[in-house]
Design a protein around this ligand. Structure first.
Ligand code: NAI
Ligand code: MG
Length: 353
């Protein structure tokens, strides 16, 4: 199978870590029967300064027409409001209908307090429809925002969570180390207060997860505030967490803190039949150009992209090579307390692969 991958480094350390994603795909052993071709694509603040567009149409068209998947590094946002600039990754999610943001957060299995969970966040609606208004009320200004929840988007995201739970179990059954024995989806909401919006999310998620395909998946619910408490007290209790957009955003950044460096945490933006792997960190201007960015978030994002292409075995091999590097703990970048360069960490992981 030959897969064509769009590479969108973006700004800052995005340019230093995305090449690592390419290298690990090229280094996959022949036994996986995968070949890759790559196309370099522009997006970001530099691109905006040069061309006036943060997300050129060519980038979107190439992804749509030619690519099986993509890797996105990071983009810088201007520190002052800049006319005509808006985030290319947000636009990309919209234009490619990438309705889910998937963020696995895990430690190596031998960690003192092991974590192995994934947050599945709805990515198109909720308060992020950005329909806000301000008007004068009797006691001064009033600002309002629309929180929109649809049955369709809630169903789709819950189904994605169910599919991920099933896939994670399949990988475990094939012998991959894990702290979990049984697939579990935790539906997060605040329907005790927001009975209509979050109520619809909850009810629809329940319906989606009651389908036959998920009959072996245990389904639980957790009100979002106590979810935060329990997630930080006992993260090992969670397997797959599904949430509407805003709660998912907060939970996924918070959960990243459970495993230390931002340089370790991957994500994927996922739609029907297409996924873009994206490290969770930004363009890190403070370390840009020093060659010390941690490549692991990108390597794991590359593996995650492969999972959504149904190449689970290849993905598992990348995860295992990364884990072996971390478990030995000798070649680490400075964010992990080491003194290795990006390239030295990549070389070490390629060798293990
Ligand atoms: P950041 O994630 O770029 O950096 C936060 C801190 O973590 C910095 O000290 C940085 O050196 C460190 N760090 C991040 N990734 C690392 C890695 N791979 N290896 C080692 N250390 C790493 O967040 P910050 O500083 O808030 O934002 C910088 C720029 O990035 C801003 O312009 C922001 O808008 C943008 N950004 C873009 C994102 C995206 O493209 N999805 C996400 C977050 C921020
Ligand atoms: Mg966030």
């Amino acid at each position: 199978r030959t897969l064509r991958i769009g590479l969108i480094p973006g700004d800052g350390i995005g340019r230093e870590v995305i090449p690592a994603g390419r290298r690990i795909l090229e280094a996959l052993p022949a036994s996986f029967k995968l070949k890759f071709s790559f196309v370099d694509l522009d997006a970001g603040f530099e691109t905006f300064k040069q061309t006036g567009a943060a997300l050129p149409d060519k980038t979107v068209d190439t992804l749509k027409n030619e690519c099986d998947g993509a890797l996105f590094g990071a983009v810088s946002s201007p520190s002052v409001k800049t006319e005509g600039y808006s985030s290319p990754i947000v636009a990309l999610r919209k234009r490619l209908a990438l309705y889910a943001n998937v963020r696995p957060v895990r430690t190596v299995a031998t960690a003192k307090s092991p974590v192995d969970l994934v947050i599945v966040r709805e990515n198109t609606e909720d308060l992020y429809v950005k329909e806000e208004k301000t008007y004068d009320g009797p006691d001064g200004k009033v600002a309002e925002a629309i929180k929109r929840i649809t049955e369709k988007a809630s169903f789709n995201i819950a189904q994605m969570a169910g599919d991920i739970a099933v896939r994670r179990q399949r990988v475990r059954d094939s012998g991959a180390p894990s702290i979990h024995k049984q697939p579990l989806v935790t539906v997060t909401h605040k329907s005790n207060v927001l009975s209509q919006t979050d109520g619809l999310f909850r009810e629809t998620a329940r319906k989606a997860l009651a389908q036959d395909a998920y009959k072996n998946v245990k389904v639980e619910e957790q009100i979002v505030d106590s979810m935060v408490y329990k997630l930080f007290r006992q993260p090992s209790d969670y397997d797959v967490i599904v949430a509407p957009n805003l709660y998912g955003d907060i939970l996924s950044d918070g959960a990243a803190a459970l495993v230390g460096s931002l340089g370790l945490v991957p994500s994927a933006n996922v739609g029907k039949g297409f996924a873009i792997g994206e490290p969770c960190h930004g363009s890190a201007p403070d370390i840009e150009g020093k060659g010390i960015a941690n490549p692991i978030a990108t390597l794991r994002s590359t593996a995650l992209m492969l999972e959504f292409m149904n190449e689970e075995a290849a993905a598992a091999a990348i995860y295992a090579a990364v884990d072996a590097n971390l478990e030995e703990g000798k070649l680490l970048t400075p964010d992990m307390g080491g003194s290795a360069k990006t390239d030295e960490v990549v070389e070490d992981i390629l060798k293990r692969l």
